[in-house]
Structures are given as structure tokens and as C-alpha cells.
Ligand binder design. Sequence first.
Ligand code: NAP
Length: 268
Amino acid sequence: MGGVQSNDPATRRTTCNHHWMAESLGVVVITGGSRGIGAATAVKAAARGWSVCVNYRSNKEAADAVARECRALGVNAMAQRCDVVDEAQVANLFETAERELGPVTGLVNNAGVLGTQGRFSSFELDRLRKILDTNVLGTMLCAREAVRLMESRRAGSIVNVSSRASVLGSADEYVDYAASKGAVDSLTVGLANELGPLGIRVNAVRPGLILTDIHASGGDPGRVDRLAPKVPMRRGGTPEEVADTIVWLLSEEASYVSGSFVEVSGAR
Ligand code: NAP
């Protein structure tokens, strides 16, 4: 794809495929971008001028629709299948994003899974592996691939999607999930320290009860409404409210914010 840039900063536009497009802020890869918080983040990032690579695992149609919505906002966008647990697929995700959209300068490490609610003693090995593989190993593989690209350019911004669960522990629900998000928190602190000297920022959001499909996969589709009365703000949050924070952390408006955690949880 690529494009031609005008040198006049007042009118900097990029031509691409013979359409006039707003100049790209850079390229962001969003894992798990086919629905929920990832999809909302893709659209918000596009609205701010990022070119967007929408990663998905299974639902191509949903991811294609998100990429189309991004393009309608005047930026380049594509959908790319990749299971974040698979090293070769992750390498291919970033290679494809660079080839199709340009140098990757942003990563939103959002793909994540829950298991069915229950007591820790009942959790089988397969379930523990799935949670840790996706939420920890997948997050690390994507971060590593992004960092390899960003280190050579000494620029970039990574936002990891953690959870309030990392602090609350999710007793009687999914302690394994909470612990996986604890690992995401440690990764965020370590990478921010390691990459700070290179000008690469690494932050995390900790969403609270957000209205997405993830609760159905935990066996409790009505969880947000059931628990809303216990949230100080007395409601669940929307994916868009989380996306706004992620896109801010990605952006130059957060140029001195690194190693930080932003709770998006209505004070819960
Ligand atoms: P969601 O609606 O269930 O969406 C999850 C997304 O992750 C989907 O696009 C899914 O793709 C993708 N995904 C899952 N496993 C993947 C894999 N191995 N490779 C690539 N993509 C994969 O979830 P959500 O609520 O938006 O959650 C997004 C993130 O926010 C997660 O990390 C979650 O832990 C975190 N979070 C959510 C809440 C909440 O209340 N919703 C609160 C705190 C933190 P497929 O459709 O292909 O499966």
C-alpha cells in the first residue's frame, strides 16, 4: 500500500489507492480486535489517525467488518488471522502488518480468555494451560515481536490489557485468570524499565466490569448487570470507555507516561 506525503505540515495528507486519506499517526496492531474492547479500540484508533491491523483468531467476518469501519474513517486498515499462542503466526502477523501498512509503532496486547467460574481446586490442567498460554505467553510473544521492530527504530508504544482481577484476585470465579493478569502487570513494569532508554513506552489498562461477550465465556452472561450495584459508579463500563483510555496511552498526549496502570473500573 504505502502512500505519498505532502511536505506542507498544515495540509499533510497521504494519497493511497488514489483516495485522499488523513496522514497516519503510525501503525498499530490490535490483538483480539474482532469484537469487544479490541474492536472498539480499533475504531477509536482509526478515528485518531492510526493505521490499524485488526488481529482475530476465528471470526474473519467480524474482523473484516471492523477493518472496513476503520477504513471508512479515512485510514488504512486490514484484518489478519493469528492465534497469539503460535510463535510463527505471531511473526507473520507483524510481518504482514509492516508489509501492508508500514512500520509498526503501536501494539495493543488485548487478546485474552476466561474459563468457566469455579473454585481453584476444580480447575483441570487443560484449562490452566489455555488461560496461561493465551493471556501470558500470547501477550509475551506479541510484545516480543513488536519490541524487536520498535527497538531498531527507538520508538513505539505498547498498551497491555490487564484487568482489575490482577489486584482483586477473582476468588470463587477465576483465580487462574486473575493470576495471568498479574503476569501481564509484571511484564508491563519490566518492559517499561527495559525499553524506557530507547523511548519506547509500555503501559497497561485495568478494566473493571465491561459489557462484552467475555462474561458469557465465563458461564455468566449477566455478570456485569448482576454486579453493577456493587460498583461505586453503579454500572458496568462500555468497551468504548476502555478504548478511549487505551488510545490515549498509545498517543503522544501520553508522551511521559510509561510503566503506568490506568484503572477503568468505575472505582471498583
Ligand atoms: P471478548 O469480547 O471475549 O473478545 C476477546 C477477543 O480476543 C476476541 O477478539 C477473540 O477472538 C480474541 N482472542 C482470544 N484468544 C485469542 C488468541 N489465542 N489469538 C488471537 N485472538 C484471540 O473479550 P473482551 O471483554 O473484549 O476482552 C478483551 C481483553 O480485556 C481481554 O484481555 C480481557 O481479559 C480484558 N478484560 C476484559 C474485561 C471485561 O469485563 N470485559 C475486564 C477486564 C479485562 P475470537 O473471536 O477469534 O475468539
